[in-house]
Design a protein around this ligand. Sequence first.
Ligand code: B1M
Length: 215
Amino acid sequence: LPLFERLERRIVDGERNGLEDDLDAALEQRPALEIINDTLLAGMKTVGELFGSGQMQLPFVLASAEVMKTAVAHLEPHMEKTDSDGKGTIVLATVKGDVHDIGKNLVDIILSNNGYTVVNLGIKQPISTILSAAEEYRADAVGMSGLLVKSTVIMKENLQEMNSRGVAARLPVLLGGAALTRSYVENDLSEVYEGRVSYARDAFEGLRLMDATMA
Ligand code: B1M
């Protein structure tokens, strides 16, 4: 297979052997971010489709996710970074009950590389932990990720909890993850939250929204 097709295939097949060599060869032709967006994410999309239609079993999905993570870690040092620093602090977490973190970690990389301080709490984080961290680090915003349908419900509960703790006015919230839709966030969740809540389709929209929030 040609290089970029082979890389995409590696994600789908969970094949790690020779991954770094292929990534280094790819870096000679394209920027790191483009490799992630156009090639690796295409592989993850196929994995999602195969898994969703019952053609792929969970351990293989996990293997694909591991290869994806290794690839992103290998590419990260090659990504563009801006000189600007101190644009603001965001506490980032995957919500309670949800282990999916590849997208969240991409958001972390993109925001960190573009001048934000990101406090990445990891997966399965209850709102109490998120809010403690927001207080401790004097965060300017909270970012929540979740890929399961039930995570969209958790997000709603989290926003309600933030209302009742009286932090909504000073903590804008950024939400993302495959189970969310723009209209759910912009219509339903905006009704619920007493502060500002926005939906990011991908990590770049997350960056644009953070820039707009901090402006
Ligand atoms: Co899971 N899983 N999974 N899984 N998994 C999905 C989400 C699913 C849609 C697959 C499917 O059925 N087609 C399905 C959910 C169905 C539903 O809820 N209705 C599903 C399921 C069912 C499950 C389990 C329940 C399976 C089981 O145990 N029987 C289980 C859940 C465990 C749990 O959470 N409690 C499970 C487990 C796993 C693995 C551990 C094997 C693995 C995760 C590994 C890991 O993350 N470390 C995994 C994977 C890899 C997937 C799929 C195939 C791929 C997810 C991914 O990494 N995509 C996924 C299929 C899919 O999403 N369609 C699936 C790439 C990633 C870059 O995209 O995270 O969407 P994403 O991030 C995007 C944007 O959404 C956005 O930016 C990114 C791009 O720039 N974004 C943000 C994300 N967060 C953001 C936050 C922001 C801003 C933007 O601001 C804060």
